[in-house]
Design a protein around this ligand. Structure first.
Ligand code: NDP
Length: 285
C-alpha cells in the first residue's frame, strides 16, 4: 500500500518553488475544521526541472488533489487530461483533481478575485467601468470571470501593448465586445476617463514599483485592487490612496481561490469571511 493511503485521510498539497512561505496549508486546515472534512494538506517543493515527476509521485502515493503555484501553472496546464473552461481561457492551472487515473484541471484565481471584489468588498462589477492592469497569467485568469459579471467596459492596459491586445482578441472571440486594449500612454488621453474598479494584475508591486498610469483613472468612489498582498500597503495601493481611491489587496483573492478549490475537491463551500478575518488580524500573509 502507498504512503498516503495508509490512513483514512484524503491528502492534498500545493506544489511550488519556493513553497515554504505558502499559507495554503493553514487556509485549508481552517476550511476542513470548519466544514468537518477530514483532509491533510501540505506543501510540496517541486524541483524547477521536476514538476511532472513530483506530481506523478504524489498521485502514486494516493494524493487526491493539489494546488499549483509559481512557477508551475503553465506546466500544470500542459499536464492535465481535462481542462475546465476557466483553465482553457487562462492558459494556466492552479487546481488539480486526481480522479480515476485522470488529472482534471481548473483555474480558480479569477473567480477568487471576482468573489473578493463583489462579495467581500461588496462592489458589484455589473455595468461598471473596469480597468485591468497587466496581461500576464493572473490577468488572463481573471478575464472570463470578470466578463461574466457583465461590466459596461473592460479596458486592459499593459506595458507590452500586444499582450493586452491578445487578451482583447480572446474576449472578442467569446463575443464580449466592450473590451479595449491600451498602452500606459494611451490611458493618459484627453478624455481623462476614470474607472469604477482598477485591478492591478501586474507584478510591479513585487519590486515596489507602480505602473505609470495617470492619476485621473482613480475617482474618490473607485476601488483600487492590488492582487499582491503583504504585511504593509503595496506600492500600487499607496499610489491609489494618494489619488483618493479606496483600496484592497489580494489577500481575499488568495482565500477565495482556495475556497473554490476546496469546493471542487470536497463539494462543500467554506465560510471565507472567518478565515479572511483571521488572516487580517494576524496580518501575516
Ligand atoms: P506574470 O509574470 O504572468 O505577468 C506579469 C505582468 O506584470 C505582465 O503583464 C507584465 O508586463 C507586468 N509587469 C511586470 N513588471 C512590471 C513593471 N515593473 N511595471 C509594469 N508592469 C509590469 O505574473 P502573474 O500574472 O502571475 O502575477 C501578477 C501579480 O498577481 C503578482 O503580483 C502576483 O503575486 C499576483 N497574484 C496574486 C494572486 C492572489 O491570490 N492574490 C494569485 C495570482 C497572482 P509585460 O507583459 O509587459 O511583461
Amino acid at each position: 500500500m502507498s504512503v498516503l493511503t495508509t490512513t483514512n485521510i484524503d491528502h492534498y498539497c500545493v506544489f511550488g518553488n519556493p513553497i515554504h512561505h505558502s499559507k495554503s496549508p493553514l487556509i485549508h486546515a481552517m476550511f476542513a475544521e470548519q466544514t468537518g472534512q477530514v483532509i491533510d494538506y501540505q506543501t510540496r517543493l517541486a524541483p524547477l526541472d521536476g514538476f511532472v515527476e513530483t506530481v506523478r509521485m504524489f498521485i502514486a502515493e494516493g494524493g487526491r488533489g493539489a494546488n499549483v503555484t509559481v512557477p508551475f501553472k503553465l506546466e500544470a496546464f500542459t499536464l492535465a487530461n481535462q481542462l475546465s473552461q476557466r483553465a482553457q481561457m487562462a492558459g494556466a492551472v492552479n487546481t488539480l483533481s486526481f480522479v480515476d487515473g485522470k488529472i482534471i484541471a481548473d483555474n480558480t484565481d479569477g473567480i477568487g478575485l471576482v468573489r473578493d471584489i463583489t462579495q467581500n468588498a461588496a462592489t458589484p462589477l455589473r455595468g461598471k467601468r473596469v480597468l485591468l492592469l497587466g496581461a500576464g497569467g493572473a490577468a488572463r485568469g481573471a478575464l472570463l470571470p470578470l466578463l461574466q459579471e457583465q461590466p459596461a467596459l473592460l479596458t486592459i492596459a499593459n506595458r507590452t501593448l500586444s499582450k493586452a491586445q491578445e487578451l482583447q482578441n480572446v474576449a472578442q472571440a467569446l463575443s464580449f465586445a466592450d473590451v479595449v486594449a491600451k498602452s500606459w500612454q494611451q490611458l493618459d488621453e484627453a478624455s481623462k476617463q476614470s474607472f469604477d474598479v482598477i485591478i492591478n494584475a501586474t507584478s510591479a508591486s513585487l519590486q515596489s514599483e507602480v505602473p505609470p498610469i495617470p492619476a485621473h483613472v482613480f475617482a474618490s468612489t473607485s476601488l483600487a485592487y492590488d492582487m499582491m498582498y503583504g504585511d504593509t500597503v503595496t506600492s500600487f495601493n499607496r499610489y491609489a490612496q494618494q489619488c483618493g481611491a479606496k483600496t484592497r489587496d489580494g489577500l481575499g483573492m488568495l482565500i477565495e481561490q482556495a475556497a473554490e478549490a476546496f469546493f471542487i475537491w470536497r463539494g462543500v463551500r467554506p465560510d471565507t469571511t472567518r478565515v479572511l478575518a483571521h488572516f487580517r488580524t494576524k496580518g501575516s500573509v
